[in-house]
Structure formats: structure tokens, C-alpha cells
Design a protein around this ligand. Structure first.
Ligand SMILES: Nc1ncnc2c1ncn2[C@@H]1O[C@H](COP(=O)(O)OP(=O)(O)OP(=O)(O)O)[C@@H](O)[C@H]1O
Ligand SMILES: [Mg+2]
Length: 372
């Protein structure tokens, strides 16, 4: 897949071809409500699942499962050490995701230049786009592959000069050093960073170039991404996530957080006479995600983008009963719940478990697949 990645190896040692590299790859997704890890082994170009695990951050914070929280650094190190032990992680290096909300992403059109000239031009141009001093951020970028055929033909003759679209990412240096320090304290070296929407897309997309809307329904936020021609084209974060469903239920029904979380997971937005109250509270919030998705798509189309042919949903919120049907009605295209484990090889007895929780591990699998 032509999915270029961003922030790989920034300030990190690049693997050298002269040494035998570790054949294990550990993806670590520090979500706002839980940490997910996936360890893969490379064997004859196949990705074998060695271990995976999720650790709720509730016990390192205020004790509410499914709720986001900002961890103290010392607690994060403790949580990392715990999940490494509990999931019996053997890898010594990790590929780690950076939250979209801590990143700055944009695209810019530059005249077609040689590789060396591009290296000079991009940081210079980036100053016009990045809202903080360039000295405080780590910059990375890649030239996007051409958009889908339809668009290429539509734009023939419209541009006198050849332009290339550059996808630019900036992440605060401070954040990168904090991650490195905390992982080191937990006994792991970071071999690559990746902004979460890129790793998520790697695990979500098949080998096709269709235009898709990818929705990562996390606890604190929903990340919307458009992929086209096998590459991420645009991303946007909504600051209302799956935890807001639990909060709404808890407030409307007057039940505590844990009870509301159970009601949400068991009933979702499926309307049955005995649980209609739950669906009525949750539905407007899911409708909100759909409306924001529609707005995002409108913006994409206004800029010349193709209509989407499918929606891919992942993250814990994708497991909400009934969500798929609602999104099919709203978007009018097929909606798939992502099962990232379909990209890896695993023992048959794990099938039911992986099928059930798969969507939650989309980002972690995508990270672990980074080197494949
Ligand atoms: N079966 C389920 N039905 C409905 N919601 C669920 C289910 N399982 C998990 N969730 C919800 O999914 C959310 C956690 O999803 P996920 O692990 O993707 O979030 P995160 O990565 O920690 O957060 P973020 O991406 O916002 O940083 C929680 O709010 C949880 O309540
Ligand atoms: Mg997440």
C-alpha cells in the first residue's frame, strides 16, 4: 500500500542494513482511556500475532472505565510497565502513536521540484502554515501520490505549472522528548513515531484506492480521515467521543458511570421496547458524529475530492450496538467495522475474541504493521 507515514524515525536511529534487525514489532497506542499493545513477528514476510493487550487507565486515574484522563507521567510509566508485564511483551522497541489533537497537519501545494530542492523548500514554506515557531516543532512531510484517476483527468489542462501536494505534519518537540523519556523509563526504546490517523488508516484500508471515510471513535474524541488513492488526504478531530455517550446516559437516567457504561455497551442505539430510553439518549450524539462527518466530506468535495464509496469505523465506539445501521442510513454507502487482525496471522482459537474486540485495536495493529 502506498501509505506514506509521517514522523517515522524522527530524531531516532535509523535501522541499519548491516545488522540483523529485531523481527518483533510492538505497536503502542496510548489512548485517552486505555493503552493498547500489539506485538507482531515477521516471518517470511508474514505478520504473526505474538501477543496483544489492553489496559484501562481507570486504575491509574479516577477509576472510571471508558473515560478519558490525562495521566501523570509517573503513572504513565507505571501503566506501560504493567501492560508490558501482563501482555508478556518481549519486544524491546516500540512504534508509538501521537494523538491527532497534539499534532498539526495540513497540505500545501508546491511547484514540482527535485528531491533536494524539496528538502529546502518545505521547511521554508511550512513557516506560513504552522501556527507556532518552527524551532519548537518536529516537522515531517511527504509528497502525496496523485489523487484517483477521476480527479487527474478532471484537472488536465487546468494547471499551467505542475504542482505537487505535500502533506505536512508538525509535532511539538517537547512532546516527542516526553514520550522518549517515559518509554525509556518503562524499558522500551522508541523506533518510530506515527500520528494516529496514519497508523489507523494502515490497519483500516485494504489494497484499494477507493475514496473512504475512516472514523476512529475513541473515548475522548472522534478522528475523521479521508483516504483516497491509498493515502491519507485530510483529517479532522471532534472533541466529543464515546465517553460523552456514557456521560449523557448517566445524567439522563440518574445512574452512576459504571452502570451507564454497561447500559451503553449492552443496548447501544438499538430500539427495543424495554431499552428505548437508552437509545433515545444516545442517538443524538451518534447523529452528531454523522453530521460532522458529512460536513467534513462536503469540505473535501468543495476542494475537488471524489465522493466516498465506503465508511470504515474503528476504535471502541465502533462496537456500539446499532451504530452501523445508523451510519449506513446517513451516508448512503456501505459501512464496515474494521477488524485489523484480518491483516495478521493468528491461531484459530483466538478468532472469536479478536473478532469481538478487533476495532479497539485498529491503531495498535496499524503501528505494529509499520515496518511490514
Ligand atoms: N462494546 C462497546 N460498545 C460501546 N462503546 C464501547 C464498547 N467498548 C468500548 N466502548 C467505548 O469505546 C471507548 C474507548 O475506545 P478506544 O479504546 O478506541 O478509545 P481511546 O483510544 O482510549 O480514546 P481516544 O482515541 O479518544 O484517545 C470508551 O469510551 C468505551 O466506552
Ligand atoms: Mg484512540
Amino acid at each position: 500500500m502506498a501509505l506514506s507515514t509521517i514522523l517515522e524515525g524522527f530524531g531516532l536511529k535509523r535501522a541499519s542494513g548491516f545488522f540483523i534487525q529485531e523481527a518483533r514489532f510492538l505497536g503502542v497506542d496510548i489512548g485517552s482511556s486505555s493503552i493498547k499493545v500489539v506485538q507482531l513477528k515477521k516471518e517470511k514476510e508474514r505478520a504473526l500475532l505474538e501477543t496483544y493487550g489492553e489496559l484501562s487507565l481507570a486504575r491509574y486515574g479516577d477509576g472510571s472505565v471508558g473515560r478519558s484522563l490525562r495521566l501523570l507521567e509517573v503513572k504513565l510509566v507505571e501503566a506501560l510497565q504493567d501492560i508490558i508485564r501482563e501482555a508478556q511483551v518481549k519486544a524491546t522497541k516500540a512504534i508509538v502513536s501521537i494523538p491527532l489533537k497534539d499534532s498539526f497537519l495540513t497540505t500545501m501545494d508546491l511547484p514540482e521540484l527535485g528531491e533536494e530542492d524539496m528538502k529546502e523548500a518545505v521547511p521554508y514554506e511550512a513557516r506560513k502554515y504552522v501556527p507556532v515557531p518552527i524551532s519548537e516543532v518536529v516537522l515531517d512531510w511527504h509528497v502525496l501520490p496523485p489523487k484517483s484517476e477521476e480527479q487527474k483527468s478532471a484537472s488536465i489542462g487546468s494547471a499551467r505549472k505542475k504542482f505537487r501536494t505535500v502533506f505536512l505534519a508538525a509535532v511539538p518537540k517537547e512532546l516527542i522528548s516526553k514520550y522518549k523519556k517515559n518509554f525509556e523509563s518503562a524499558g522500551l526504546e522508541i523506533s518510530a513515531f506515527e500520528i494516529e490517523v496514519f497508523s489507523f488508516a494502515r490497519a483500516a484500508l485494504r489494497r484499494d484506492s477507493e475514496t473512504s471515510l475512516i472514523m476512529d471513535l475513541g473515548a475522548s474524541s472522534v478522528k475523521l480521515t479521508i483516504a483516497d488513492g491509498g493515502a491519507v488526504r485530510a483529517s479532522h478531530s471532534l472533541d466529543r467521543g464515546s465517553q460523552d455517550l456514557t456521560l449523557a446516559l448517566s445524567q439522563s437516567l440518574g445512574v452512576d458511570w459504571d452502570r451507564a457504561e454497561i447500559l451503553k455497551r449492552e443496548n447501544g442505539i438499538i430500539k427495543k421496547p424495554e431499552t428505548e430510553g437508552v437509545a433515545l439518549v444516545l442517538e443524538p450524539l451518534v447523529e452528531f458524529w454523522a453530521s460532522e462527518g458529512e460536513r467534513f466530506l462536503l469540505d473535501w468535495k468543495r476542494k475537488g475530492g471524489r465522493s466516498i464509496s465506503k465508511v470504515l469505523i474503528g476504535g471502541g465506539g465502533a462496537l456500539l450496538p446499532g451504530i452501523k445501521d445508523l451510519l449506513v442510513k446517513r451516508f448512503g454507502v456501505e459501512v464496515f467495522v474494521i477488524n485489523p487482525f484480518s491483516k495478521v496471522v493468528y491461531p484459530a482459537f483466538l478468532e472469536p475474541a479478536l473478532r469481538e474486540v478487533g476495532a479497539t485495536f485498529t491503531n495498535a495493529v496499524g503501528l505494529a504493521l509499520h515496518e511490514f
